[in-house]
Design a protein around this ligand. Structure first.
Ligand SMILES: NC(=O)c1ccc[n+]([C@@H]2O[C@H](COP(=O)([O-])OP(=O)(O)OC[C@H]3O[C@@H](n4cnc5c(N)ncnc54)[C@H](O)[C@@H]3O)[C@@H](O)[C@H]2O)c1
Length: 356
């Protein structure tokens, strides 16, 4: 296919991963980079801009990859979509549902494609679970459990001025670290209908936002779900998603071992693995799957590889005129879910989700 001319918006920590991924892909021509911070965009050796509107006008980009702090995603995404430029935006899609709706409206109006990064969907063990569910191997997904026991040092929150504050980050563990797992939970269980939740700040007294949250979900398919997500375990333990079906069979993935990685600071040190597989007559496959995934992990740089797979899917989707694997609507569903958990805590009641 003809490579898509891509520009980066935001050249900070995750921007380094984006640049490495773009350079590795035949589907991409990395042509421009934009950052308000002096020198960051210029460090990539492509045309550098300090303003998104100027890059959209003069940079010759067909698509942008946005990695600015989450409350700033919408501004750049709307400008790009209005200019007919395709948008792949980092997770979370935005900090508010209103921002997501503005992004979706701009993309629908111009016909630009809108996708949201959720690179753990591309992990082999996660795709295996999705394929098994789609093939009916567990009956209907009836119970979905999402657990994240991670850790963030107090210094993480002071590493950039926007972190850990309601105004400039929009939330804490629910908004920043959990969207990966929440997206996979929704992908495997289907849309959520209603949620009750609570949040707390357990051991980050210098930070305003949540470092821990729990929630109970009723899914549109009648299934139930449970979410525990935290960056308060020192050391971090693991992140897992388990899906149990109406036929009694269970599927599971450990997406992260220890604390979830910090872009530009730490790397993915251990492979994601299926940790549960009780599909009738397939129980013996668990060990084989784990061996395959450990072997794959030795071949690739997992910190960049899964971003690259998602960016390639998005760029191919542009050329093929089909939706990307992770759409703007999928990104919005995650934002709606975490926003409903905050609202449920505030109003002390279950919250119905709009698509329910
Ligand atoms: N998918 C993942 O695994 C992953 C990992 C890390 C971060 N992220 C996401 O990426 C986003 C950025 O996180 P980060 O850790 O790279 O933050 P960061 O602070 O390191 O980088 C953000 C960059 O955006 C720039 N910026 C701010 N306003 C801008 C504007 N208006 N125009 C252009 N550039 C602007 C900043 O100068 C900075 O260089 C967040 O939404 C975060 O959730 C995703």
């Amino acid at each position: 296919m003809k490579p898509v001319r891509v520009g980066l918006v935001g050249c900070g920590k995750v921007g380094q991963i984006h640049a490495a991924a773009l350079r590795s892909l035949p589907e991409a021509e990395f042509v421009a980079a934009c950052d308000t911070h002096p020198n960051r965009a210029a460090s990539f050796g492509v045309r550098a801009f300090s303003n998104v509107a100027t890059m959209l006008r003069d940079g010759g980009v067909e698509a942008v990859l946005i990695g600015t702090p989450h409350p700033l995603h919408a501004e750049a995404a709307v400008l790009a979509a209005e200019a007919g430029v395709h948008v792949l935006v980092e997770k979370p899609m935005a900090a508010t549902v209103a921002d997501c709706d503005a992004m979706l409206a701009a993309a629908r109006k111009s016909g630009a494609m809108l996708g949201v990064i959720s690179q753990r969907r591309f992990f082999e063990p996660v795709r295996r679970m999705k394929a098994a569910i789609d093939a009916g191997k567990i009956g209907r997904p009836a119970l979905g459990v999402c657990l994240m026991y991670s850790w963030r040092e107090p210094s993480y929150y002071t590493s950039d001025p926007w972190r850990g504050k309601w105004d400039t980050e929009g939330g804490g563990v629910l908004v920043n670290q959990s969207p990966h797992q929440l997206d996979i939970l929704l992908w495997l269980m289907g849309p959520a209908a209603e949620v009750s939740g609570y949040w707390a700040n357990v051991n980050h007294p210098t930070v305003e936002v949540d470092d821990t949250a729990v929630a109970t979900v009723r899914f549109r398919n009648g299934g139930l779900g449970s979410i525990i997500t935290s960056v308060s375990q020192k050391p971090g333990i693991y992140s897992k998603i388990h899906i149990h079906g109406t036929n009694g069979a269970s599927l599971g993935v450990e997406t992260d071992r220890g604390a979830t990685f910090i872009a530009g600071v730490s790397t993915i040190a251990e492979p994601a693995l299926n940790d549960l597989w009780t599909v009738p007559s397939e129980e013996q496959l668990l060990g084989e799957f784990q061996a395959e995934d450990r072997a794959k992990f030795r071949e690739v740089d997992a910190t960049v590889h899964y971003h690259a797979l998602q960016i390639a899917d998005f760029l191919r989707a542009i050329r093929e005129g089909r939706p990307p694997l992770v759409t703007g609507e999928d990104g919005r569903a995650v934002v709606e879910l975490f926003a409903a958990i905050y609202r449920s805590d505030r109003e002390r009641r279950p919250i119905a989700l709009s698509a329910a």
